[in-house]
Design a binder for this molecule. Sequence first.
Ligand SMILES: [Fe+2]
Length: 221
Amino acid sequence: MRREEFYGSSGFGKMEKNALNLYGLTVGPVETNCYILWREGRTDALVIDPGDEGEKIAASLRERGLSAGAVLLTHGHFDHTGGLSAFLGVPVYLHQADLPMLESPELSAAFLTGDTRPRPTDALPVSDGEVLSLCGFSVQVLSTPGHTKGSVCYLVDGEILFSGDTLFQAGYGRTDLPGGSFSELRQSLRKLLSLEKDVPVYPGHGGATSLFRERRLLWNC
Ligand SMILES: [Fe+2]
């Protein structure tokens, strides 16, 4: 089911000054979730995983009077990077271990759909524990390898988690593609539990969830 949805503002309640606004759209043949996040009162936005249909994502920004201030990639698979060319000149962040995927259809699993369009390759590397200040947000990088070597989750303002293909609603990412490892993924899922707080989780595919809602799955994997 294709979705375009305004999820709401901070606390997902009333709009307030400095609120965090979140808009999600589903793009491409494998229905990747792309998220647009912006601070109320600002016009620069974070774009998370522009997986395909870059022009549609750019139009969504324009319709809201926004421009992309930074692009965050949760990992380097083709279905999370296919819309990058619409954001040339915008800083792109990706874990260093997945940087080679931007220039390799094999590593990026592009063979799954035959999407071998070239990706811009000048992403900036991020690493575990790093905290980025972007578009008025504090973005903590949590390295969560397993789905790919360089998979990360981004914890924004300590209150909302973008989990890429590491954690889904009632599931987790596949580990049979290049760089995948189930034992690493299991450790990564347990690392998310160690946050010891409930935060909403916005995955790379499917609906939103929360860490506590997935607690049993996280413990039992
Ligand atoms: Fe993926």
